[in-house]
Design a protein around this ligand. Structure first.
Ligand code: ADP
Ligand code: MG
Length: 561
C-alpha cells in the first residue's frame, strides 16, 4: 500500500496548534504521557494474552525502552505491548474522541491571555499530542499483537499526517520525537541528556509497574553496556505512608485519571484479615466535564497482587462516588475475574461498603479541618453525592452530614442542616426549603414572602436532584423537611396563635370571592383558600403536600412519563 495522507479532525488540529506554540512551561510532562500510553499498552497485551493464549504475541519480557540519539536529536519511547492496527492508528491518533477535550478547547479559545491558557492546558491531559511541545516531527511505528504487518504514522503537527504499511515492524509501538533545535540558553530542557531523562522518569513515572529501561549509547568496541532500569516499579499502595511523598501519590493519580492537576485528597486504606486488600483512592479537585453522561468512565482500577486486572471497575464504589479515582489491590481474587463475578462477590460487596464509608468519613474530615477545601469539594461533587441520598440508605446520614445548601441566611455561605437547625426560631418545628431553577428566581417567589417577613430561614435548592431527595429523605434529626410551596403552612404556630375561629370567620366573610374564583379556575385547581403565607402578593399557587412540585412535573413530562 502506498503512503496515504490524511487530514486531522478539526479539534485535533486545534490541539496540535496549541502544543506546537505551547505556552505551557512544564514541557517535561510529554514523557510522562508517552510512558503512560506505553504502560497502558503493556497492561492491555498482558490481559489479552491471558484471555486468549493462542494470541501470537511474546509476553516474556514486557517493558518500555527509551532511546536517545544525540546526533540525530531524537528520543524514542518504545514498548512491546498491544500495538495498533492501521485503522486504529487513524482513529486513535488522528481524532479526539474524548468529549471533555472539546469543551476544553472551547474554554481555551475564550481564555483571554497566555497565563489563562497555560492554566487551562495544565488542567487537561492532552496525551500523545504533548510530544509536539518538544518535537517538530513525530514518527510512530506500531504493530498490533497477532498481526503480521505494521503501520508507520508521521506528522509535523500541521494539518495532515501520513500512514503507510510497513513489513518489518516489531510487536508494539515506538514513538520517535524529532526534537526541536537545542536552545543554548536553556540547557535544562535538553531531552537528549540521559541525566535529564532519568530525572523526569524518576519524578513522574517511578511507580509504573513495567520496567522503563534506558538504552545506553552504543559505545566503541563490542562491549554493549547493560540497559539501565530507571524506575523502582514499587506499587505505591503497598508502601507505608511515611515512605511515599505527596508528589509521588499525585503522579500516580495523574497516570490513572489522565488529569494534569493534583488531586484534592489522597485516601489510603489497608484491610487485613481473611480478605486482604489495599486501596489508594483520590478525590479530584475538579469534576470532569462528562460526569453526568452515560459513558462516563469510572476511575478505580483493580489489581490482584500488584497485577493490573481492569480499568474503571464499577463494583468497587457506588455510582454516586463515581468521581473517585484510584487503585484497589486485592490479594485473593483470581487473575481471570470478570466484571459479572465481581458484581456478585460477597467480599467485593464488603469491600465496597468499607471503601464507601472511608470516602465519606474523609469528606467529613475535610469539612471539619479545612473549610476552603470542603467548599471546593462540595461545589464540584455535591450534586453527584446527593444521588446517594436516594440510593444508599445505609449512608444517608453520613451524606447529609457533609451536605451543604444555599440558604436565605447568607448570600454566599452555604449552610449544613446542622447549622440550620441550630438557628431555628423558637417554636419552629420544621426545616423549610424551596426548590427551583435558580437562587434568584426562587428568592423572589411569592411563597417566600411570609418567611422573609418573619425572618424564618429557607433552604434554596436548585439542583434537579434536590426535588427528589427531599421527598425520599423526609426529615433530619426528627425535623420534617417541608417545601414552602406545598400544603398549608401555618407560620403563626405556637405563642401567636390567632384567636380561635378567626380563620373560619374570615373564610366565611370571603366565601363569595373564594367560590367565584374556584368556579373560574375550575379546570386548573383543586381548591382556593385564604393564606397566611403572603404579605405583598395577592395570591399564589400552592401544591398539595404530596403533589409533585412544578419542576418535578416538568422533569417527568420531559422524560415522557
Ligand atoms: P489517552 O491515553 O488519554 O487515551 P492519548 O492521546 O495519550 O490519550 O492516546 C490516545 C490513544 O492512542 C490511546 O487511548 C491508545 O488507544 C492509543 N495509543 C497511544 N499510545 C499507544 C501505545 N504506545 N500503544 C498502543 N496504543 C497507544
Ligand atoms: Mg495517554
Amino acid at each position: 500500500m502506498p503512503t496515504e495522507t490524511f487530514e486531522f479532525q478539526v479539534e485535533a488540529r486545534q490541539l496540535l496548534q496549541l502544543m506546537i506554540h505551547s505556552v505551557y512551561s512544564n514541557k517535561d510532562v510529554f514523557l510522562r504521557e508517552l510512558v503512560s500510553n506505553a504502560s497502558d499498552a503493556l497492561d492491555k497485551l498482558r490481559l489479552e494474552k491471558l484471555r486468549d493464549d493462542t494470541l501470537d504475541a511474546d509476553v516474556s519480557d514486557l517493558h518500555i525502552e527509551l532511546d536517545i540519539d544525540k546526533d540525530a536529536r531524537t528520543l524514542t519511547v518504545r514498548d512491546n505491548g498491544i500495538g495498533m492496527s492501521y485503522d486504529e492508528v487513524g482513529q486513535l491518533i488522528g481524532t479526539i474522541a474524548n468529549s471533555g477535550t472539546a469543551s476544553f478547547l472551547k474554554e481555551l479559545r475564550e481564555a483571554k491571555d497566555a497565563a489563562g491558557a497555560e492554566g487551562l492546558i495544565g488542567q487537561f491531559g492532552v496525551g500523545f499530542y504533548s510530544g509536539f511541545m518538544v518535537a517538530d516531527e513525530v514518527t510512530l511505528v506500531t504493530r498490533r499483537a497477532g498481526e503480521s504487518k505494521g503501520t508507520r504514522w508521521t506528522s509535523r503537527g500541521e494539518a495532515t499526517y501520513t500512514l503507510e504499511t510497513v513489513d518489518d515492524a516489531p510487536q508494539g509501538t515506538s514513538v520517535t520525537l524529532h526534537l526541536k533545535p537545542a536552545d543554548p540558553e536553556n540547557q535544562l530542557h535538553d531531552y537528549t541528556s540521559p541525566w535529564k531523562i532519568r530525572e523526569i522518569v524518576k519524578r513522574y513515572s517511578d511507580f509504573i509497574t513495567w520496567p522503563i529501561r534506558m538504552v545506553p549509547e552504543t559505545g566503541e568496541g563490542d562491549f554493549a553496556p547493560e540497559a539501565e532500569t530507571l524506575n523502582s516499579m514499587k506499587a505505591l499502595w503497598a508502601r507505608s505512608r511515611e515512605e511515599v511523598s505527596d508528589d509521588e501519590y499525585h503522579e500516580l493519580y495523574k497516570h490513572i485519571s489522565h488529569d494534569w492537576r493534583d488531586p484534592l485528597e489522597t485516601i489510603r486504606l489497608q484491610a487485613e484479615g481473611t480478605f486482604e486488600y489495599q486501596a489508594l483512592l483520590f478525590v479530584p479537585a475538579h469534576a470532569p466535564h462528562d460526569l453526568f453522561t452515560r459513558d462516563f468512565k469510572r476511575g478505580v482500577q483493580l489489581y490482584v497482587k500488584r497485577v493490573f486486572i481492569m480499568d474503571d471497575c464499577e463494583a468497587l464504589l457506588p455510582p454516586y462516588l463515581r468521581f473517585v479515582k484510584g487503585v484497589v489491590d486485592a490479594a485473593d481474587l483470581s487473575l481471570n475475574v470478570s466484571r459479572e463475578i465481581l458484581q456478585q462477590d460477597r467480599h467485593i460487596r464488603m469491600m465496597q461498603r468499607r471503601l464507601t464509608k472511608k470516602v465519606l468519613s474523609t469528606v467529613k474530615e475535610i469539612m471539619t479541618k479545612d473549610a476552603d477545601r470542603y467548599a471546593t469539594f462540595w461545589r464540584e461533587f455535591g450534586t453527584v453525592l446527593k444521588e446517594g441520598l436516594l440510593t444508599d440508605s445505609e449512608n444517608r446520614d453520613a451524606i447529609l452530614a457533609v451536605a451543604s445548601f444555599a440558604t436565605t441566611h447568607s448570600e454566599d455561605e452555604p449552610t449544613t442542616l446542622k447549622q440550620y437547625v441550630e438557628r431555628m426560631k423558637d417554636g419552629q418545628e420544621d426545616i423549610y426549603y424551596i426548590t427551583g431553577e435558580s437562587r434568584q428566581s426562587i428568592e423572589n417567589s411569592p411563597h417566600m414572602e411570609a418567611f422573609r417577613d418573619k425572618g424564618i430561614e429557607v433552604l434554596l435548592l436548585t439542583d434537579p436532584v434536590d426535588e427528589v431527595w427531599v421527598d425520599a429523605v423526609g426529615e433530619y434529626e426528627g425535623k420534617k423537611l417541608r417545601s414552602v410551596a406545598k400544603g398549608e403552612i401555618d407560620l403563626d404556630a405556637k405563642g401567636e396563635e390567632k384567636a380561635d375561629g378567626e380563620r373560619e370567620k374570615q373564610t366565611e366573610e370571603y366565601a363569595g370571592l373564594l367560590g367565584w374564583m374556584r368556579e373560574q379556575l375550575d379546570e386548573d385547581i383543586k381548591e382556593v383558600r385564604l393564606s397566611t403565607r403572603l404579605t405583598v402578593s395577592p395570591a399564589c399557587v400552592v401544591s398539595d403536600a404530596h403533589d409533585l412540585t412544578p419542576a418535578l412535573e416538568n422533569m417527568y413530562r420531559a422524560m415522557g412519563q
